[in-house]
Design a protein around this ligand. Sequence first.
Ligand SMILES: N[C@H](CCC[C@H](N)C(=O)O)C(=O)O
Length: 286
Amino acid sequence: MQFIKMHGLGNDYVYVNGFQETDVESRDLNQLAHAIADRHRGVGSDGLILALPPATASAHARMRMFNADGSEGDMCGNGIRCLAKLVHDEGVSTAKPLLIETGNGVLTVDYTTDTHGKLNTATVDMGEPRFEPQAVPLNLDHADPTDHPATWTLDLDSQPITFVAVNTGNPHAVVFVDDLTTVNLHHLGPRLEHHVAFARRANIHFATVEAPDSLRVLHWERGSGPTLACGTGATAVCVAAAATGRSDRTVTTHLPGGPLRIEWRDNNHVFMTGPAEESFRGIWPL
Ligand SMILES: N[C@H](CCC[C@H](N)C(=O)O)C(=O)O
């Protein structure tokens, strides 16, 4: 099976062109994702992403994304930029914008190309953020409300953790802190990811507000652990900060792998702009 290794700010996935590998969905994709993502025994990645023929004629492609643990997510912000690159550069479609079917609906991807005509940057309409607890989803037996509708508190090892919960294509929890260097990501990340307050687990982000238009973030992703960037996560951090009066609605989120520009526009749609890069191609023998 041929693959293309691509990344968005270091959030790296193995991509399979389902327009060529036409039988890819007949495979055990959870097992394939877990094996291919292994950074010692496999290719090594944050997961696996399939570019597939669309289910509806109005779209140009369909995306399925799997985390390193084999679990399937609904959306991938860095991933959809790279999937658009595959669709465009491999000649599947050069429509502009591209319409991509995802687990979070059909998303619109506009893009620019480099001097060789290859897609290098994309702006994705991520849709509307959903703060309702049932949309995240939250288990309200284990998440306590606060005086702000999007902000909750949970108990972690007898310590209260306050977070903003939002679905931006996947479940996210944003914890605002004063100093990221005090965050023990590898201790708190998995414990929060799997906390009973999150009915489908959650992607966890620790964020500081450096300026009204500048946020700095550490990610712990559901199913993949620490990543260099998370596009749906950066989107979640932006709307969480803006909704709680901590920031503007247009910000640069500074992720470990680099910056993403996020705009929460007046029509309630969130737009994410960032790079899409190819690392290498290969053949998976199994
Ligand atoms: N890295 C992805 C998020 C993957 C989400 C996945 N970890 C899940 O929610 O299951 C991004 O750039 O949006």
